[in-house]
Structure formats: structure tokens, C-alpha cells
Design a protein around this ligand. Sequence first.
Ligand code: ADP
Ligand code: MG
Length: 598
Amino acid sequence: MPIRLLAPEVASQIAAGEVIERPASVVKELLENSLDAGARSITITIEEAGKKLIEVADDGSGIPSNELELAVSRHATSKLVRSDELFSISTLGFRGEALASIGSVSRMTATSRVQNEPEGARLRVEGGIAARPAKVGTTVGMTVRVEDLFYNVPARLKFLKSDTTERRATDTMVTRYALAYPEKRFKLSDGKNVVLQTPGDGDRRAILASLYGVDVARQMLEVVAEEEGLRLSGFISPTSLTRSNRREITFFINGRWVHDVSLNSALLQAYHTLLMVGRYPLTALFLEIPAPDVDVNVHPAKAEVRFRNQDKIFSFVQRSVRKALLAYSPVPNVAPSLWGTTRTLPPEQPHHTGLDWKIGHDEELFGSSSSEAPSSAQDIVSAAANPQLPITNTAPSTSTHSASIPLLRLVGQIGATYLVAEGPDGLYLVDQHAAHERILFEKLMAQHARKNIPSQALLTPAVVTLPPPSANILISQLHVLEHFGFDVEEFGPNTFQVRAMPALFMGSDPSAALRALVEDFEEDESPLQNEIEARLAARVCKRMAVKAGQALSNEEQRALLIDLEACDSPRTCPHGRPTMIHLSVDMLERQFGRRGAR
Ligand code: ADP
Ligand code: MG
């Protein structure tokens, strides 16, 4: 084939592919435009996860009628003139590509008016072809209506994830910007319901509360640090408040949301040794860097940046977050290491000894770690089918790998975390949390198999507020909950009432159970399939099980052992981790030199 220049529509579709990947990218670009235009109030409407409609209306400066046509063409911008200005950019946009890109992959209508013109103009662009602008009466500001996104790029459409996932992405994007710009009013609705609304009074903690609920917002720690022209502000979660994924880690640089691996790892380093493996903090952090020190022009969607002095920024973020964390969460001095497990700690932080301990009994607000969760129900099944005898690696395993455990005699509880028991063949250390998890799981699955999970009404229903994306998912899954013995009702915007829960869990915190379930729904694209139910059950049971650090009465300890003995797979928790360590008589004798140590 001879070499030819691409037809302009083809070229612009290719270019659009870099900027507009999914509905959330449209939302991001339009929000950034509204913010650049000085809008004080931005209203976003999404229908069918953004595939049918995305509309962003603002009260910003607007575009003069005679410039509207130019605004939607490629490389048309009012924000940048000379290339050296790229390093002093104070606007979010500068590439002049967003409107053109969106217009080339959708049916877009832009309506705008500026203050000193009596009328505004409207322009429709379909698949990159602009009609003639028409005069219309409208308020000052700009409204961009994007219909039938990717109608002319069916391949793109196929790459979109489920509506739930796409919707979560747009919700999250709006949420992030609402947090970053608390002095602006944001309103996100799906045509019927308002999903998020912020008052624009500058109060970030109030926005956090509307996202995560009042409890979580109250716990979030404020960070304010300044150093040599760098400034970090925002909120981080205390070590007791974690999630199983990085989704709630948010960074803004100079008012722009970015995804930066080095910032993420600076943050996680600040939490180093303070969080359990597989747990991540929630953060909304806003970093300000002098414009010349950051290159924002390295990514088509401007989601990545490059720093002139990356080490300096990394260490500033790491130190600032660490300082805030330590200032707020004094480290208790507990838990000398048991059974000679020496933990090597960084020498500069000797006072952190035993911190894991503290974490062990912190209430987790969100569900269990996904990294611990088996990737499928199959894993649970196989873990149950071949329970590995969890023997410490120094001990020769007692040859019979039978699933059941012998009758145990309770000796006591240590560190409010482990039960000590004696069996015919040595000493057993039982992890009370893992064991209880196993017990609850087997009971719940048995009830589930009988299609009868007894449910019990709560005397006082628990009210739970969830971030809008989670609330949406929950609404779509309420029937699954019912199936699991929960009675949950919508109780207001993003708020739910738990009226009943499985009798098995009575006495535990119903809102924690609900959050565990929601987190499970969030992890999965299609949580409805039957085989997922085991995983769901495993997750709730983990949440409902007694925690490490919880002192148990003698009766409770004994009941736990008896229930564990009755389990089909008593040696592992539903996630496949050991519930117990066995120190065999043989091994004890070796360790104490009673028997021929070679
Ligand atoms: P960029 O933001 O990179 O300049 P865009 O394609 O997003 O490129 O927008 C092109 C131009 O249209 C902007 O430079 C701005 O002048 C104008 N514009 C876009 N959106 C708005 C808006 N909401 N209000 C006012 N002007 C806008
Ligand atoms: Mg723009």
C-alpha cells in the first residue's frame, strides 16, 4: 500500500483514543475545563454509566460565540501560547485536545455564553463533524452534553467494563475533584438521584464525611507540611483504618489528579510496619510544587507527571505523612515477640516494637484483605479439601495429615490473641481470630446449603453511610444480602439501615458486616454467581470473628475449641491460613535437647 496521510477523522479518532478511554476520562476533562473557567458550581449528570449521557454544566466564564467552533477543534486552547509556558502552567488543561477528542467519538453538544454577550451559542459535533453554531438564549457558563459515547468506535465500546465498574470510575473521579476543590459546589446525579453534592464551603472534612460516613471522616488525620516551596496538605487514615486495595489513595499535584507510582510508594513507606500486609490507607493528599519543578506534559490524559527532583519530593511526602501518623497514633509498648520469632526492625525506629500487635486488635473499618482472600471459590474448596497441617517448619510433621484435630485441653489465652491447648501429641497454639473465622464460615455455609440462614432482627437498626460508588453497588446487590440473612434498606442518600442480620452474627457490629459485604461486591465485577457466595461468606465471617487482642472468658475459650474440633477443616481459616500451630512432643524434646539433637 502506498503511504498516505490519514484522513482527518481517522487521525482524530486515533488521537482521541489516548485521551478518552472511558466515560470517566470524559468526566475528568470536562471537570478540568470547568475549573479552569473559574466555575463555582459544577453539575454533572450521568446516564447508563456515561454510555448514554454525560453532561457537565458550569457557571464559569463561558466561551464567546465566535470562538465556540474553534474551541472544539484540535489543538485549540486559550491556555497556552508559547512552548516555554509549558513549565509555568497554572491551568489544568493546555493541550487543546479534550473537546476535539470527545467530539470525535460521540455526539457532543456544547452550549455557552459569556458575561458581556446577550446570547450564547450552541454547537453540535457528531463523530468529529461540527454543524454550524446556532444562537441560543442561555445562562453564562458552559454546558457540554456528551451522548452515545463511542457510538462510532464499537471496538472501544467493547473494551468498557461492566456498567457498575464504569460508573464507579466516574463517581470516583467526581469525588476526587470534589475533595480537591472544597470551595466549589459539585453535584453529581444519575438523572434520578443525587449521588454526591458538596456545599462549596471549603470544608474538606465535611466532604470526607459525605463520602465515607461521619465516623471515618472523624478519624482521618490531617496533614499539613511545608518545606522549601513544597506543600503537602490533606487527609490520611490512621493505621486502624485501612482498605484492601489502593483505590482510596488519592494524590493531587497542583490541583490536578495524578497517578504517580513514586508518590504512592512514598506514602506506603510512611506507613511501613504500621499496616498489615495487604492493607492500604485511605488518603486525599494535595501536593503543591513550584510549576517549573514538575513536567505535566508527559501523559496524554495528564494523569502522570515527571518531577525535576523526584528524591526530594519522595522524601518530603514520606516524612510528612510519617510525622502526622506518629503524632496522632502513639505507639503502645506491648507484645514482646513470642516463641523466639525475632523481628528485625529498622534501627531508627526501635520504639515500634510490637506495633503489629496493636494493629491486630484495631477495628478494621473496611473488609478483609483481598490479597488474603482466595481468588475464587475454588480456592476455598481446595483449601478445605487439603488442609495443610500447619506445623512450624522446624518441627517434623506428624505423619497423619488428617483434617480433624484431637480433643484439646484448654490451658489458657496468651496476649489476648492465642489460645494455648494441650493435645495428646503436644502443644497447640490456636489463633483465636482465624479459628473463629473457620467456625463461623462452616456454620454459615451449612445453613446456606440448607437454604436457611436464620435471620434475627436488630433491636436498634444500624445506620451505615457509604461512599457514593459503594452505595450504588450495594443498591444493586440488596437481594443478595437478603439471601444471606441480612435485611438492609435504603435509608437516604448513600445511607442504609441494617434491620436484621444472620442470627449467627448476633452481638457483632452489623455495620462492619455490611461494609465487609460491600467491599466484596466492589472487588468483583459480577458478584452474583453462585460460586462467589462462599467467598462472600468467608469475608463476612472474617469480619465478624473475634479479633486478636480481644480477651475471652474461660467459657468462650473453651467453646471456641469445642466448635473448632467440630469443624470439617479445623486447621485452616476460610482463606487458607493456619488456625493453629502445633508443637509436637517430639519437637519440644528436640528443642530442649532431651532427644538426640544432631
Ligand atoms: P484545553 O483545556 O487543553 O485548553 P480543551 O479542548 O479542553 O483544551 O478546551 C479548549 C478550549 O475551550 C479551552 O482552552 C477553553 O478556552 C475553552 N473551554 C473549554 N471548556 C470550557 C468551559 N467549561 N468554560 C469555558 N471555556 C471552556
Ligand atoms: Mg481541557
